[in-house]
Design a protein around this ligand. Structure first.
Ligand SMILES: [Zn+2]
Length: 341
């Protein structure tokens, strides 16, 4: 069948062009139908629930592919990859003769939303942000500008926060990161309002999202967060795939091995022993959760701490997960603040 190229974007080489790649993905997500040409490096096989996966290159530098993703009335209808520019020079159309068996399944897929958040405002956030950009993932960084748990030189500087805000959402995580129930109501109110004001001044943007330090809060703190003008507040609850209350929003997965999670993990893995064992490692759990959201729909919220990832030497595992969850045509990638909208 012949398909029109509705939009196309010629991308530069990978690496410095990460921002372009991100834009291309945004274009791809925004399209309702038609065909989009986007940068792609390697496509691996099609698996259950994963019609296609675009991977970072294991190929020689300079060799880039271009993918054509076809979005029609029935949703995802297949794709192909060329490793030369012939698709782009095809004069606005291309021939696609590989009708995929997953297109009908694709049509039944429910909405999948993916968001990530990263707490504390540690300087390792800079490295994390680089990885997020490379994979075109959206994120919210919850910053506590005067976090008492780290030396000042380990915190993001104000210019670094400002730079992060160019590509990601900045959320407030109180000023000092003290647990709200451990301080007076007056102090808690100051933590909540001052962090919003400071970060708004630094970024020049509205700070919509708040994250309770250590996940500790009471009903009165929820009210203080509402009164301060926030529109969303995150907790540290896990295994959530929807937001019931935007001021007590849970998450799906913490990038960390919670060894005492056996019951929740077992329930998630539908008590299948091998899957349960596998999912005790956060990397496998992260991928299994993504598969579930693709199959069943829902909001998939991954969060973590860059300093913790660094401490546990988890960068490579995180990169594997980012590769697994990025650039999926059925997924709407958003920041935390956009969940509320
Ligand atoms: Zn924190």
């Amino acid at each position: 069948m012949t398909l029109e190229i509705a939009e196309r974007r010629v991308l530069g080489p990978a690496g410095p062009a990460a921002r372009d790649a991100h834009e291309a993905r945004t274009v791809q997500l925004g399209a309702q139908r038609g065909v989009i040409v986007y940068e792609a490096q390697v496509v691996l096989g099609r698996g259950e629930g994963h019609p296609e996966r675009v991977h970072r290159p294991d190929r020689p530098s300079g060799l880039h592919g271009y993918g054509v993703r076809c979005l029609g009335d029935e949703g995802w209808a297949g794709s192909m990859i060329r490793t030369s520019r012939d698709v782009l020079s095809a004069g606005g159309s291309c021939t696609h003769n590989q009708q995929s068996s997953v297109s009908k399944r694709g049509a039944r897929m429910k909405t999948a939303v993916l968001t990530t958040s990263w707490d504390d405002g540690h300087r390792c956030d800079v490295r994390l942000a680089r990885m997020l950009r490379e994979h075109g993932l959206r994120a919210t960084f919850y910053v506590a500008p005067e976090n008492q748990e780290f030396a000042r030189q380990d915190l993001l500087t104000l210019p670094e926060i400002r730079e992060l805000s160019q590509d990601f959402e900045i959320g407030a995580h109180s000023m000092t990161h003290r647990r709200l129930p451990s301080i007076s109501e007056q102090e808690a109110e100051k933590e909540i309002t001052e962090s919003k004001a400071v970060l708004e001044q630094v970024t020049g943007q509205e700070i919509k999202a708040f994250c309770y330090p250590g996940g500790a809060y009471t009903k009165s703190h929820v009210q203080l967060v509402k009164d301060a003008g926030y529109r969303y507040a995150r907790t540290v609850a896990r295994y959530a795939f929807k937001v019931d209350d935007p001021y007590q929003a849970g998450t799906s997965l913490h990038v960390y091995n919670h060894r005492f999670d056996l019951w929740q993990t077992a329930r998630f893995a539908k008590f299948r022993p091998i899957k349960v064992l596998r999912c005790l490692e956060w990397e496998a759990l992260a991928q299994a959760m993504f598969d579930q959201v693709i199959r069943e729909g829902g909001i998939y919220h991954i969060w973590g701490h860059s300093w913790e990832i660094d401490e546990h030497n988890d960068w490579e595992r995180l990169e594997n997960v980012f590769r697994y969850i990025s650039a999926h045509p059925k997924v709407n990638y958003v920041t935390n603040g956009e969940l509320e909208a």
